[in-house]
Design a protein around this ligand. Structure first.
Ligand code: HAM
Length: 436
């Protein structure tokens, strides 16, 4: 039985049984994990709203060419990792591998350049990449992103994107962040750097891994990113990107750094950081949490992206945070979350008539905004009591056949055990009083 099949077989004594499983590298988000997702989404939304970002949503499916043009044919994402969709028409569609290109497409399609610039947008959603699944690297994962599109190619926006990412992560109580930052130049200075880099690596071509031999021809900048031992050793003496920046890129980068200093955000200059997507220019960065070796957030400036996908030159800068990675870090650091407010009142019933009455009584509480817990799957009062006890509910309302006929209800304090019978029509008023 192949390990990665979507059908799992389990031998039953008499016959084989098949169970469907989620596709490899894709996960269900179960009720017990929702607390993490709620916390991250709320923190992201609060951060976005504080810095005046507006929400945008785009389809999960996009035209494949959008990413071919924006992210680049020679990148891993486009050359190896896109999920193609079989569809009737001639167009090729994919499950989106990232959000930025799709949002730039939407900005152009809907004339967002005609409103006040820059447009600050945020988004959340699933992304899909056919990677080899391992801890922190999945085939379906979620990103929360910020993009600043239009206006000027102003370094203050690069800094604001980094600032929003930091505040978001810190508000999740993840401390000791490291920001790795670099500038990969522009159309003016990058070709000179690429030439110097190619000349250097040609002299050492024999020592390069197979991937880097190919990259030398297609995307030499990515040679600096290779983790293979022999290639990593070579990069120590490779030409330095910082030394090759033109005046404009150098001034831009200096300003970004000055803003980070002003904000007291810690950073490390990393001349080898180039990022795996072709649309970047000038600033690129990645954010790491202590004790976790994958980036929890990454981004940069992309002033050429809009032209690459058929629009007018439009500056942009952005970041995406990986939600699964954030959750892994929070769990590893034992960060505690406050559970959602639980119901403080448990409505119990004895018998079919009371069960029916309980159903409508809960509606009366709903209208008054009082959250009431019930357990219609447990007809025995003892079981209902055990559940209320386990959930540490404050009060029980008990409705039996006698109470239904008498239009009364028992209210029991589950801490002291004291209980009394009250007229049913007073129950909401009484519960309100006790909840205070
Ligand atoms: P990226 O570096 O490909 O950039 O992804 C950003 C973040 O998404 C990563 O730092 C990581 O936290 C998370 N991530 C990426 N791939 C996976 C995976 N296979 N499994 C789990 N998490 C993953 C982008 O996607 C750019 N669009 C970021 C950006 C926004 N640049 C400008 N604006």
């Amino acid at each position: 039985m192949a390990k990665n099949t979507h059908l799992k077989t389990r031998l039953n004594k008499k016959k084989q049984k098949f169970f469907f499983q989620s596709p490899r590298g894709m996960h269900d988000i179960l009720p017990r994990d929702q607390i993490w997702w709620d916390k991250i989404l709320k923190t992201g939304k609060d951060t976005a709203e504080f810095y005046n970002f507006l929400k945008i949503e785009t389809p999960v499916v996009e035209n494949a060419d959008l990413f071919v043009r924006a992210v680049g044919t020679d990148t891993d994402i486009v050359s190896k990792e896109m999920f193609y969709i079989k569809s009737g028409g001639a167009d090729k569609f994919v499950l989106r591998p990232e959000g930025t290109a799709a949002i730039a497409r939407s900005y152009l399609e809907h004339g967002l350049s005609h409103i006040s610039q820059p447009v600050k947008l945020y988004y959340f959603g699933p992304m899909f990449r056919h990677e080899s699944p391992q801890a922190g690297r999945y085939r379906a994962f979620h990103q929360f992103g910020f993009e600043i599109m239009g206006g000027a190619s102003d370094p203050i926006y690069d800094a604001q994107i980094i600032l929003a990412s930091f505040r978001f992560i810190e508000d999740l109580k993840i401390k000791n962040l490291t920001l790795q930052i670099n500038s990969i130049g522009c159309r003016v200075c990058r070709p000179h750097f690429k030439k110097r880099l190619t000349d250097y690596y040609r002299r050492h071509e024999k020592k390069l891994c197979a991937d880097c031999k190919r990259r030398l021809k297609t995307n030499p900048l990515r040679l600096l990113d290779c983790k293979e031992e022999s290639c990593a050793a070579l990069k120590e003496h490779a030409p330095n990107l910082m030394d090759s920046l033109c005046n404009s890129c150098s001034t831009h980068f200096k300003s970004v750094i000055e803003y980070l200093d002003e904000l007291a955000l810690p950073y490390t200059l990393n001349p080898y950081l180039v990022r795996g997507l072709d649309y970047y220019n000038k600033t690129v960065f990645e954010i790491f949490a202590e004790g976790y070796n994958l980036a929890i957030a990454a981004g940069g400036r992309y002033d050429y992206l809009f032209e690459m996908i058929g629009g007018r030159p439009t500056p942009g800068a952005g970041v995406a945070l990986g939600i699964e990675r954030l959750i892994e870090v929070m769990k590893a650091k034992n960060i505690e979350l406050t559970p959602k407010n639980k119901a403080r009142v448990f409505l119990m019933y004895i018998g079919a008539l009371a069960k029916k009455k309980a159903l409508t009584l809960i509606e009366e509480f709903r209208v008054k905004g009082i959250h009431v817990r019930e357990s219609f799957g447990k007809d025995l009062l003892k079981k209902q009591m055990q559940l209320a006890d386990k959930e540490k509910t404050d009060f029980a309302l008990i409705l039996g056949q006698k109470e239904v006929y008498e239009e009364s209800i028992i209210i029991r304090d589950l801490t002291s055990g004291a209980q009394e019978s009250i007229p049913l029509k007073r129950v909401i008023e009484e519960v309100r009083k006790r909840l205070k």
